[in-house]
Design a protein around this ligand. Structure first.
Ligand code: FES
Length: 139
């Protein structure tokens, strides 16, 4: 299974992935995340649009069709640190149950503030933080 830190193939309708100077966000849209069958009350496409609009052009939002192996916590979003965050030793931060606009707003605000390794994680996001699944938790 591909780790979200690895380059992700992009769908033809997306911009090619380029190393961002800001944070990179991986939005899972595998079998459960983004599923209207599993989460019929969520505007999944709107959630991605909201996230992209809120983080602006300093950060990248990419979608993966590959399940990130955490379906029990769908929808999953992974925030990868910026260059400054990586230099500070930060690792990607995983969020689960990202199903409402306020969660998207809070994640985007934290990313705009600098994200992992740069800005402290707001208490409100503690509700959504999850361990990276499987062997990636040991990386
Ligand atoms: S579809 Fe997102 S974790 Fe499985």
């Amino acid at each position: 299974m591909r780790h979200p830190s690895d380059p992700v193939p992009v769908r033809s309708d997306q911009r090619r992935w380029a190393a961002p100077t800001g944070c990179a966000l991986t939005v899972c849209r595998g079998c459960c995340c983004g599923s209207t069958r599993k989460h019929p009350d969520v505007d999944h496409a709107g959630q991605v649009d909201q996230l992209r609009a809120l983080v602006g052009t300093d950060h990248r939002v990419r979608i993966t069709d590959d399940c990130l192996d955490a379906c029990e916590r769908s929808n999953v979003v992974v925030v990868h640190p910026s260059g400054a965050g990586r230099a500070a030793g930060a690792r990607p931060v995983w969020f689960g149950f990202v199903l409402d606009d306020s969660a998207v707003d809070d994640i985007a605000a934290w990313v705009r503030a600098g994200g992992p390794g740069v800005a402290p994680l707001p208490d409100v996001l503690d509700l959504y933080v999850m361990p990276a699944p499987g062997p990636t938790a040991r990386r």
